[in-house]
Design a protein around this ligand. Structure first.
Ligand SMILES: [Zn+2]
Length: 308
């Protein structure tokens, strides 16, 4: 099966200002890594612009209007202390959600086994009615609802290994038994949510990890809690909130994962997708702020996605 890669030039135009960790350099580093011959087999597609109807699957009209009206004609505007936008940010955010939805369509159509969406801005902190933490629209949550709306209303599992808890995704599905959300994250840490006691309607599985945790703790959380939960849920699609900021070299947190941990978890999730979801798996970029570690970790992740 082929692996699709979705990206769009607008992602490089979303300018967060000098010194901001969530910069266009992140995607340039990924692009450079994926230009190596070993990735020549990726099928590259330009992400379509997501529609307002797609964004509305998760977000309120008020939120959408606030974000798009805040986009400045020149310079920068702030949606919160960390969430900076520039003239091209609205288009980038719509294409990021559009990439995730198009990837879902492609794997349900059988165009590919799986897909990676190299997008920015990221999405998992965006709540139904609020932007935060570098995130405008919740790409992976929108993709989950898109899958349910257009591909049979089936069960969708979202696995989030970004070092930060996906408060926005959890908020979107807190009362939705047909969507499972499973997250490993440093805790306590930004954004403050993600305690093991936050269980939704039995569909939320949080595996908080103390600062300093590494491969052993991460793999134990996956093997002991999150993977069995997804296995029992029998999803028709697996979505990954693929943040790579739990890497030991990442400047924004204090977990100690290495590239091989991302390869390992990718293999585990592919096995679950093969068992329950006809192999359908869509991975959407979230965080990852050390450029070298990000490029190496994304490479390790995609190498497994492409493995025949
Ligand atoms: Zn993060």
């Amino acid at each position: 099966m082929t692996t699709l890669l979705y990206t769009h030039p607008s992602f490089l135009q979303h300018d967060t200002g000098l010194g901001h960790p969530e910069s266009a350099e992140r995607l340039r580093a990924i692009d450079k890594a994926l230009s190596l011959p070993e990735f020549a087999g990726l099928v590259r597609r330009e992400a379509p612009r997501g529609s307002i109807e797609q964004i509305r699957l998760i977000h309120t009209q008020g939120h959408i209007d606030r974000v798009l009206k805040a986009v400045p004609r020149i310079g920068h505007a702030y949606l919160d202390a960390d969430t900076v936008i520039s003239p091209d940010s609205g288009g980038a955010a719509l294409h990021a959600a559009g990439a995730a939805c198009a990837a879902v369509d492609a794997v349900f159509a059988g165009d590919a086994g799986n897909a990676f969406c190299a997008v920015r801005p990221p999405g998992h902190h965006a709540e139904p009615d609020a932007a935060m933490g570098f995130c405008l629209f919740n790409n992976v949550a929108i993709a989950a609802e898109h899958a349910r709306s257009w591909h049979g209303g089936k069960r969708v599992a979202i696995v989030d290994f970004d070092v930060h808890h996906g408060n926005g995704t959890q908020a979107a599905f807190m009362r939705e038994p047909e969507v499972l959300y499973a997250s490993t994250h440093q805790y306590p840490w930004y954004p403050g949510t993600g305690a093991a006691s936050e269980t939704g309607v039995g569909n939320i599985f949080n595996a908080p990890l103390p600062a300093g945790s590494g491969s052993d703790e991460f793999r134990a959380a996956m093997t002991g809690k999150l993977i069995p939960a997804v296995d029992a849920f029998k999803p028709a699609l697996i979505l990954i909130s693929a943040g790579f900021d739990a890497h030991r070299d990442d400047p924004l947190a204090a977990l100690n994962l290495v590239e091989e941990d991302y390869a390992w978890v990718t293999r585990e999730l592919l096995e679950l997708a093969a068992r329950h979801a006809g192999g359908r798996l869509v991975s959407v970029l979230e965080g990852g702020y050390d450029l070298r570690a990000l490029a190496a970790s994304v490479s390790a992740h995609i190498r497994e996605l492409m493995r025949p």
